[in-house]
Design a protein. Structure first.
Length: 346
């Protein structure tokens, strides 16, 4: 009996050399390092020439917020795609473990650790009056209970801790509840009570963040699952999974676009939006995010066309991988947006 799993570093059916496991790891580390440069150095670049003042430690805060968003996307996407995989017609089964198809090793525990550390760092900033703490003595942990932002920060820290425990338990699907609590906390944090219509803003952010997490994390896990299934069972089940994800992703993209445009118009009225897109730091970052999202939409459409019309449907993986990389940049720019001054004072 011969193995059907592809040999690392071997050429594929089209003669293209596949990278080894070590090569993929190095590529991922390089991409993560490059993405980290956006929140770290983005505030100074976005604020240049606008006359706006940067908040203390805005680069570090943007990086922590980016890590928190990424930590949300990974487990939510895994749960989403694992559920889709169970409904794929003809999906491979795992006789020893039951009727569910095999899925890649979960990254949720590592994401929970990352999210916990990021939430803890953000909570320390809130505990010092939204200033970067110079030492442990500057952090007033008890003061977190006295403010709305402090309570939300504590909620996120505890939620990631519970999510990590759920991820390593016998029922990892239960982590959806603490992760949902983080999404709600982020939606409330982004819209203080002094804002005009804070509940509307929080609702828009809630839908936007939830759909984005499903889209980003779902695509990454779908590609990981596809690789596992293709190596063991061929192309049919993998193509069916990618097609099922693509149909849901179209709805997610529509919801993300609608809520993003509505949220932008709430912060920048139509008569000033063109000017603020280039004259304010928030507007510049928002414009960069919109352009990246447009690229992502183009790559998604390209992948969908390949999935429908190509002789080998799995050639859609190439634009899908590029889509994942671009989505990572979108997450980084989203983290940057949270650290920039809002263009409108409510």
């Amino acid at each position: 009996m011969t193995s059907t799993r592809p040999t690392p570093g071997a050429a594929d059916a089209h003669g293209t050399e596949r990278p080894t496991g070590a090569g993929r790891s190095v590529a991922v580390l390089v991409l993560v390092a490059l993405a980290a440069l956006i929140p770290l150095f983005g505030p100074s670049a976005a604020l240049h020439g606008t006359g706006e003042a940067a908040a203390p430690g805005s680069g570090g805060i943007a990086l922590l917020r980016t890590a928190l968003f990424a930590a949300l996307c990974l487990p939510i996407g895994e749960l989403f795609v694992n559920r889709l995989a169970r409904s794929v017609p003809g999906a491979p089964e795992k006789p020893a473990d039951g009727p569910h198809p095999p899925v890649p090793r979960s990254w949720s525990p590592f994401a929970a650790v990352c999210g916990f550390v990021a939430a803890l760092g953000l909570a320390s900033v809130v505990a010092t009056g939204n200033l970067v703490p110079g030492g442990l003595s500057d952090i007033d942990v008890g003061g977190l209970y006295a403010s709305r932002d402090g309570k939300l920060a504590l909620l996120e820290v505890n939620a990631f801790l519970v999510a990590g425990l759920c991820a390593v338990s016998r029922r990892p699907a239960t982590q959806i509840w603490p992760l949902a609590a983080v999404v709600v906390a982020e939606a409330l944090r982004a819209h203080p009570t002094t804002e005009h219509g804070p509940l509307t803003g929080s609702a828009l952010t809630l839908v936007h963040l939830a759909c984005a997490a499903l889209w980003v994390g779902g695509l990454l896990h779908a590609l990981r699952t596809l690789r596992l299934w293709h190596g063991r069972y061929g192309t049919r089940a993998g193509a069916a999974l990618l097609g099922l994800y693509a149909r849901v992703a179209a709805v997610l993209l529509a919801a993300i676009t609608a809520t993003g445009v509505w949220s932008s118009l709430r912060r920048m009225p139509p008569e000033t939006i063109l000017e603020q897109l280039t004259a304010t730091a928030y507007g510049r970052a928002l414009l960069a995010k919109a352009l990246l999202t447009a690229v992502v939409a183009g790559l998604a459409l390209w992948a969908r066309q390949r999935l429908r019309r190509a002789a080998d449907p799995l050639t859609a993986c190439a634009p899908a991988r590029a889509e994942v990389v671009t989505l990572g940049l979108v997450v980084a720019v989203s983290g940057l947006l949270t650290a920039l001054p809002a263009p409108i004072r409510w």
